[in-house]
Structure formats: C-alpha cells, structure tokens
Ligand binder design. Structure first.
Ligand SMILES: [Zn+2]
Length: 161
C-alpha cells in the first residue's frame, strides 16, 4: 500500500505493518507518521479497478446525463420559427422603409413578408413569438397604410390632371 508524502506528494510504499510508524521520504527527506486513514492503493491496482468500470455502467449513465441538454437544445430548436419570423419582420420593415425610394414597390414585398412572418411567428415560442408577431403585424399594418396612402395619392394626382 502507498502513502503520499506530506512534503512532496510522492507515493511511498509501505508494508502491511508500517501503519502508525514514522517514515522518511526518499525524495525530500520529510519524516512523517503513517496513518491508516488514507491508504492509497498502488497505481496499477487503481488502474485495474477503474478500467472495467467505464466499459459497462457509465454508458446508460452518460445517456441520462446527456439527455437533458439534448432536450434543451431541441427546445431551443423550436424557437427557429420565432427567429425566422423575426427575420421576416425585420426584412419587411426595411422593405417598408425603402418603399418611398422604390415608388411603393417594396411595400408590396413588405406586405407579403410580414404576412408570412405573422403566420410563422405563431410557431415560435414565448417572447420571440410575441415580439415577432408584433413586429410583423406592425409592418403589415404600416405597409397596408402605405399602399392605401400611395393609392390615394395617385388618385388625387390623376384628379388634379
Ligand atoms: Zn517527500
């Protein structure tokens, strides 16, 4: 059996009767009394003891350990519609913002994108779902208003002519 030296940590081999005796470390020269409290098994024996262990029991153990994170990852994966809806909403918002430059053409794109985004956002979860739905509905509302304003403006211009 082995006992670690309190001075340098070197494993000192002891005989069966060497418990409670004072020994001297061969490396650092520290003298200490051996205690029966922590009988460190020899390294070879510990290897023999731990080698078969990982073969069988830790396999189901690892499954149990890895499953909760996997579920969490899958849970995060279901947020994908929410992210997609949010992206749709953002793109739609940008399209709506540049619609005055594109003579209202991209307002139609914003209308379509926000409509799709609103539908997709229903598959999202919690905050992302609410956020993307709000964004998409706002963009949808504003693009409808923009289209209505443009139609009204063109009608007014036609009448003016
Ligand atoms: Zn030592």
């Amino acid at each position: 059996m082995y006992v670690p030296c309190p001075g340098c940590g070197r494993a000192i081999e002891l005989g069966p009767d060497d418990i409670g005796v004072t020994v001297e470390c061969v490396r650092c020269g520290q003298r200490f009394e051996t205690k029966p409290a922590r009988p460190d098994p020899p390294p070879q024996a510990s290897h023999r003891h731990f080698a078969p262990a990982p073969a069988s029991p830790p396999d189901p153990f690892d499954f149990e350990r890895e499953e909760p994170p996997r579920r969490r990852r899958e849970g995060d994966g279901t947020d994908a519609p929410g992210v997609v809806a949010l992206v749709f909403g953002c793109v739609a918002a940008v399209m709506l913002l540049i619609s005055p430059v594109t003579c209202g053409l991209t307002a139609w794109v914003a209308l379509a994108l926000s409509l799709v985004g609103s539908c997709v956002s229903f598959f999202g979860r919690s905050n992302l779902r609410v956020g993307s739905l709000t964004l998409n509905l706002l963009v949808f509302l504003f693009s409808v208003l923009a289209q209505a304003a443009l139609v009204a403006l063109s009608l007014a211009l036609d009448r003016a002519r």
